[in-house]
Design a binder for this molecule. Structure first.
Ligand code: OSB
Ligand code: MG
Length: 367
């Protein structure tokens, strides 16, 4: 497999509804679509970096720069055997994992198309459909949160995650728990607390939550291990886990009982699988996180979440939850059992809608 040339598309896609987290509120989602050409086969990968560096230091523009000036120049024209082998060529670039993940994803798409196999088969997935939930942003008030959640439950989602931040945490979670005593419920703080301020979250421990996601700083495993000792509810790490080594160290120091795996955050599907394999061997449950992906990234997430260790529902919702119009022709729908089907067509199993791509592209570049 050899990349001969590539195109970058900087996307800006209107979300159906604003999405608010502890690091900000967005109405549009930026991203980069990577299109690679390899001996007559075209592959696609999605870069999850957003417009603002709120979740991670990477942005669509840093990823654009790093893909254009460093990553593609390091891989163009070089023969590689398998998609994961591209990591070695990119390893001299420190960090910038979302940029690397997009490039690797495009090669998985090519590899599948060359061998006439779906990504789920290439990865060793074991499920035809995966259990999913919905990630609900911070709402204006508790009544509006209850209304939004009720609507998702009506649509068939059987697991709800709510975003929390200081001042918008315990009362919101308690109100939901009171309204739905049996609901599979979890919260995500996106690093909004410190070891000291996290003490106000103590009442959450009595609400039978599936997990509490990333309460403390992204670069802090140690304080998570201290906080975990105060909670019987498992902590789940998202931002803190950038590679398998971090996962190993987090588990060794008991900083979490669950790990959220995101393809972009960890630098690609190959590293995502390595984290999955590690957690499976240690009987630590994992689930597939989301970054409000387009159909391209969502297809990859579904294939990843079909691996055996993904025993908790993923943040992979139906296309409808995110976008009125997506850049893939295929739209993902929620099944009545709160699952989404894993694509079975070759490669990522999705195709680009050129008109939609054109509509949402704010910049293009040939590399
Ligand atoms: O922390 O999981 C997160 C979206 C953007 C950035 C970070 C996160 C999220 C989500 C949305 O929670 C999950 C989804 O794609 O549905
Ligand atoms: Mg998260």
């Amino acid at each position: 497999m050899k990349i001969e040339r590539a195109n970058l598309y900087h996307l800006r896609m209107p979300l159906r509804s604003a999405f608010e987290t502890s690091f900000g509120r967005i109405q549009e989602r930026d991203g980069i679509l990577v299109e690679v050409f390899c001996q007559g086969v075209v592959g696609y990968g999605e870069c999850a970096a957003d417009r603002n560096p709120g979740y991670s230091y990477e942005t669509a523009l840093t990823a654009w720069h790093v893909l254009r000036d460093y990553l593609f120049p390091s891989v163009l024209g070089t023969e590689i055997a398998e998609p994961g082998d591209v990591q070695e060529l990119m390893s001299w670039v420190r960090g910038h994992r979302m940029a690397k993940a997009a490039l690797e994803m495009a090669l998985w798409d090519v590899w599948g198309k060359q061998r006439d196999q779906a990504l789920v088969e290439l990865l060793g997935g074991v499920r035809r459909k995966v259990r999913v939930g919905v990630s609900v942003g911070i709402q204006e008030s508790i009544p509006s949160l209850l209304r939004v959640v009720e609507d998702y439950l009506q649509q068939g989602y059987k697991r709800i995650k709510i975003k929390i931040k200081p001042g918008r945490d315990v009362a919101e979670t308690q109100a939901l728990r009171n309204a739905y005593p049996g609901l599979s419920l979890q919260v995500d703080a996106n690093s909004a607390y410190t070891l000291e301020t996290a003490s106000i979250l103590a009442p959450l421990d009595d609400l039978n939550l599936l997990l509490i996601e990333q309460p403390l700083a992204d670069d802090d495993l140690w304080d998570h291990s201290k906080l975990q000792r105060c909670f019987k509810t498992p902590l789940c790490l998202d931002e803190s886990i950038l590679e398998a080594r971090h996962a190993r160290q987090a588990l060794e120091m008991k900083a979490a009982g669950v790990i959220n795996i995101k393809v972009g955050r960890v630098g690609g599907l190959s590293e995502a699988m390595a984290i999955h394999d590690l957690c499976l061997s240690k009987e630590i449950p994992v689930w597939c996180g989301g970054m409000l992906e387009t159909g391209i990234g969502r297809a990859a997430n579904l294939a990843l979440a079909s691996l055996p260790g993904f025993t908790l529902p993923g943040d992979i919702s139906a296309t409808e939850r995110y976008y009125v119009r997506d850049i893939t022709r295929e739209r993902f729908a929620l099944n009545p059992d709160s699952t989404i089907d894993v694509p079975r067509a070759e490669g990522l199993g999705v195709t680009i809608d050129p008109q939609a791509l054109n509509l949402f592209t704010v910049n293009t570049l040939q590399v």
